[in-house]
Write a protein that binds this ligand. Structure first.
Ligand SMILES: Nc1nc2c(ncn2[C@@H]2O[C@H](COP(=O)(O)OP(=O)(O)OP(=O)(O)O)[C@@H](O)[C@H]2O)c(=O)[nH]1
Ligand SMILES: [Mg+2]
Length: 458
C-alpha cells in the first residue's frame, strides 16, 4: 500500500466508546468530494458555506440507505487545522456507526489517517512548528490543569516565540561580530565587555528553560520523594498521614516495613510519588536485609528525601550514616514523635548538618504536618519561582543544553582572548540547533517519534 501525504485521510476524532456525539474528520484535496458521497445535506451545500454546520444524513449510497443524522462542516485550507480542505461530520456517538462512516469514506476514496497525521500535515504545511505540535499532544494528555494551561500557551506559540527572540539576539551579536571583523580599523561598537554581557544574558535565559525542565518533569511524572530513616522512627505512620489514608502497615515493632510502597501524593497541585521504605538498622534476617538494600537504592535514585529521626530516642549511628549519605540530595529532616519526651541531641545533629531544613513533627498527633507539606512543596519543587514557560520534553532539554554549551564555550574563549572569528564561529553553531528545536530542520526520525505518540484522529 503506497500511502502518501497527498491522500485524503479520514478518521474518527472523538475518543473510542459511546458518547453523545461522534466526530469524523477528513482532510485532503478530495475531502469535500468524499464527504459528500457519504453525507447528504437537505438544503445547504457545505462547499458554499464554509464554517457553517449544515444539517443532513449519513448515507450508504451503495445501498441507497440513510444511516444516521447529523451535521457537516467544511473548512477552507486558509483556516483549517491542516491547511488542506477539511470536513468534519458530527454524528451520534455510536462506535459502530462511526466505524461504518469511516468504512464508507474509505470505499469512496479516502484512506484511514495514521495517528497524529492531521497534526503532522499541519506541521508540514507550516500551520504549527514542531514545538507547537508537541504541545498539542501534551495538552491532550495533560495530567494537571496547570500543565494543560502551559501546554495550551505553547500550542499558541509562546515557547516558539521565546526561541525566536533568542535567535534574533544571536543574529544581532553575530552581525556586530562580523562588522568588527570586516572593518577592524573602524572603531566599531562591540566592546569585549558588552559581548560578554550579551553572551551571559543568552546563557541565563536558556538556563531558565533548563531549570524549568525539572518542574516539567515533576508535572508529567511526579517527583519521587523517599521517606527514609532507621527502623521504628515512624516512617510508615508519616507516609499514611501525608496520604491521608491507612496505606502502610504500622506496628510498634522494628522492621515492620520490609518492601517499599509507592503512592501518588498531590501537593499544591503538583503530583509527587511518595515512597515508604524499610528502616535502616541491624538486619535480623535476609528479608530485612534485602529491604534495607532496596531502601538504599530508592534513596539514591529519589529526587528528594524526607529523613526521619525519632526525637524520643538518642541519636544513633544509623542516623548519622543516613545524614551523611543524603548530603547531595534535596532533603528535609523531620524530628518525629515531638509529642514524646525529647531524648535526641538535636544540636549535635544540626551542627554536623548546617543549612539543612528541619522541623519537629508528630505523625501520631498530626502536629506540624501542614507545615511539613508546605516545606516539601518549597524544597522539592524547583527553587526558581514557578516558570512561565516549561520544557516538557527531553528532546527540547538536550537541544537547550547544546545551545548553552556553545555559548558558554564562546564566553570562555572570549575571556581567554581568542580571535573574534573563532568566537563568531562558536556562536553561529547555535543557529541550526534553534532550527532543530522549532522543527525548521526536518528530521524524519524526530518527526516519526513525535507524531507516533499521538492519538488516531488528531
Ligand atoms: N508517640 C508517637 N508515636 C509514633 C509517632 N509516629 C509513629 N509512632 C509509633 O512508632 C511505631 C513505629 O511506627 P512505624 O510508622 O511503623 O515506623 P517505621 O519507621 O515505619 O518502622 P519500620 O517500618 O519498622 O522501619 C508505631 O507504634 C507508631 O504508632 C509519633 O509521632 N509519636
Ligand atoms: Mg514502616
Amino acid at each position: 500500500m503506497n500511502e502518501s501525504l497527498d491522500d485524503t485521510i479520514i478518521a474518527i476524532s472523538t475518543p473510542p466508546g459511546e458518547g453523545g456525539i461522534g466526530l469524523i474528520r477528513l482532510s485532503g484535496q478530495d475531502a469535500l468530494v468524499v464527504a459528500q458521497k457519504i453525507f447528504k445535506t437537505e438544503k445547504l451545500n457545505p462547499a458554499d458555506h464554509p464554517g457553517l454546520m449544515c444539517f443532513g444524513y449519513l448515507v450508504d449510497s451503495f445501498r441507497d440507505e440513510k444511516l444516521d443524522v447529523g451535521y457537516i462542516c467544511y473548512f477552507k485550507p486558509e483556516v483549517s487545522y491542516t491547511r488542506e480542505d477539511v470536513v468534519e461530520i458530527s454524528l451520534h456517538g455510536s462506535p459502530l456507526m462511526l466505524n461504518e462512516a469511516v468504512r464508507l469514506g474509505i470505499k469512496s476514496g479516502a484512506r484511514l489517517a495514521r495517528p497524529g497525521e492531521f497534526t503532522l500535515r499541519a506541521y508540514l504545511h507550516g500551520r504549527l512548528d514542531i514545538v507547537q505540535a508537541e504541545a498539542v499532544n501534551d495538552l491532550i494528555r495533560a495530567v494537571s490543569i496547570d500543565q494543560a494551561r502551559i501546554s495550551f500557551r505553547q500550542v499558541e506559540g509562546s515557547l516558539s516565540k521565546k526561541l525566536q527572540t533568542i535567535r534574533q539576539e544571536i543574529i544581532e551579536v553575530l552581525a556586530s561580530l562580523e562588522a568588527s571583523l570586516e572593518f577592524p580599523e573602524e572603531d566599531l561598537n562591540l566592546e569585549p565587555d558588552e559581548l560578554h554581557n550579551r553572551l551571559e544574558g543568552l546563557i541565563n535565559d536558556l538556563q531558565k528553560f533548563l531549570w524549568s525542565y525539572q518542574q516539567g518533569k515533576a508535572m508529567l511524572e511526579g517527583l519521587t520523594i523517599a521517606i527514609v530513616g532507621r527502623t521504628n522512627v515512624g516512617k510508615s505512620t508519616l507516609f499514611n498521614v501525608l496520604l491521608e489514608e491507612e496505606r502502610a502497615i504500622v506496628t510498634p515493632y522494628a522492621g515492620t516495613t520490609r518492601d517499599f510502597i509507592r503512592e501518588d501524593l498531590l501537593l499544591d497541585g503538583v503530583r509527587m510519588k511518595l515512597v515508604d521504605t524499610a528502616g535502616f538498622g541491624q538486619a535480623e534476617n535476609p528479608v530485612e536485609e534485602a529491604g534495607i538494600t532496596m531502601a538504599k537504592n530508592i534513596a539514591s535514585e529519589a529526587d528528594g528525601l524526607l529523613v526521619i529521626l525519632d526525637s524520643s530516642r538518642p541519636e544513633s549511628q544509623e542516623d548519622f550514616y543516613l545524614l551523611e549519605k543524603s548530603r547531595e540530595k534535596k532533603r528535609i529532616i523531620a524530628f518525629n514523635k515531638a509529642d514524646l519526651k525529647h531524648m535526641i541531641n538535636r544540636r549535635k545533629i544540626l551542627e554536623k548538618n548546617k543549612e539543612v531544613l528541619w522541623l519537629d513533627v508528630s505523625a501520631l498527633t498530626g502536629e506540624n504536618i501542614g507545615e511539613l507539606r508546605k516545606l516539601m512543596t518549597k524544597t522539592f519543587m524547583s527553587e526558581e519561582e514557578k516558570q512561565e514557560e516549561i520544557i516538557l520534553h527531553e528532546r527540547q532539554k538536550i537541544l537547550i543544553e547544546q545551545m548553552i554549551g556553545h555559548l558558554d564555550e564562546a564566553r570562555i574563549k572570549l575571556e581567554s582572548a581568542y580571535g573574534l572569528e573563532i568566537i563568531a564561529e562558536e556562536v553561529k553553531t547555535v543557529l541550526p540547533i534553534i532550527g532543530e528545536f522549532i522543527g525548521e530542520i526536518k528530521s524524519a526520525e524526530v518527526i516519526d517519534q513525535i507524531f507516533s505518540r499521538f492519538c488516531l484522529g488528531k
